[in-house]
Design a protein around this ligand. Structure first.
Ligand SMILES: NC(=O)c1ccc[n+]([C@@H]2O[C@H](COP(=O)([O-])OP(=O)(O)OC[C@H]3O[C@@H](n4cnc5c(N)ncnc54)[C@H](O)[C@@H]3O)[C@@H](O)[C@H]2O)c1
Length: 270
């Protein structure tokens, strides 16, 4: 059921690769709620992914941009404002990639060039996105910027490797830029810390199936799905959450507040 929560709002959605992507589900929900947006992804993902199908379903234009390139981002923001016919009310940063994880490098043998890439793509790009939005004066007052993160920023999940550092950077940027953007333009900035979700980025982590089942068992409500996450993002883009900023919002079925569950005790009882 749609509530027209985003009627008249304009924005940019980063990171829809295929129908499993959290950004893909979010684009469909935002459209359903009356929002207008452009879609963007790295040029390489344009060739591998199915973003054109999504663009057709949402009547949205695609503007390729590598989120680590300031030049690409400047074009993206400027073009988006032109295409959508006005300044922006929401931005979704749904981007993550670690070459070390992708190539199964152990944490004690990281390639540091790749580590820097992980930080740039998955963390610093969030700063670049907001700095570009500020410099191009692309945001409306009371706009909302959301990035997706994972609890490995606070607690260790060994196979998450250098992505844990990238997420810690991302969450810290949300606080620092959130302060600046609130003072400058009343724009709010938050991260949503999502349950493990079956997507390309998610299943790139080794042992992801076990990871997923463990989180499900440890969450009294179970794992939050990509659809659930899309709904939460819509809420964060809407005027119903206008005083929430600089927060890392747990969207995990209760995982982060749970010590142990009966399900796990049963499973471990000898
Ligand atoms: N899947 C999970 O278990 C899970 C859990 C918590 C948080 N997250 C986060 O959710 C976000 C979305 O991931 P997803 O799970 O939907 O997977 P996904 O693989 O569908 O999305 C990741 C996206 O990042 C894009 N990307 C990679 N490098 C880029 C670059 N240089 N420039 C622009 N885009 C680039 C990819 O093309 C892809 O579209 C990520 O930040 C991820 O870390 C995922």
């Amino acid at each position: 059921m749609a509530y027209n929560l985003l009627k008249g709002k304009r924005g940019i959605i980063f990171g829809a690769l295929d129908e499993n992507s959290i950004a893909w589900k979010t684009a469909l929900k935002v459209k359903e709620e009356g929002g207008l947006f452009t879609l963007t992804n790295a040029p390489i993902a344009m060739r591998m992914g199915k973003i054109k199908e999504l663009a057709a379903a949402c009547q949205a234009e695609i503007i390729p941009a590598d989120a680590t390139s300031e030049e690409d981002l400047q074009t993206l923001f400027t073009r988006s404002v032109e295409i959508l016919g006005g300044k922006l009310d929401f931005v979704l940063h749904s981007i993550g990639m670690s070459p070390n994880v992708r190539k199964d490098k152990p944490y004690g043998d990281l390639n540091y060039e790749w580590f820097l890439k992980t930080l740039d793509i998955s963390g610093i790009s969030f700063h670049k996105v907001m700095q570009t939005a500020e410099k191009t004066d692309a945001m409306n007052e009371w706009g909302s910027v959301v990035a997706l993160t994972y609890i490995a920023a606070q607690r260790t999940f060994p196979d998450y490797s250098d992505m844990a550092q990238a997420k810690a950077v991302l969450e810290s940027i949300a606080r620092s830029y959130g302060y600046r953007f609130a003072k400058l333009k009343k724009v709010r900035v938050n991260t949503i810390s999502q349950s493990p979700t079956m997507t390309t980025a998610g299943s790139g982590i080794s042992g992801f199936d076990v990871f997923f089942d463990y989180a499900k068992m440890m969450s009294p409500l179970g794992n939050a799905s990509a659809e659930d996450c899309a709904n939460y993002i819509v809420l964060m883009f809407s005027d119903l959450s206008r005083m929430v900023t600089m927060q890392n919002l747990m969207h995990d079925g209760g995982f982060s507040s749970t010590g142990i569950t009966e399900d796990l005790i049963k499973r471990l009882t000898k």
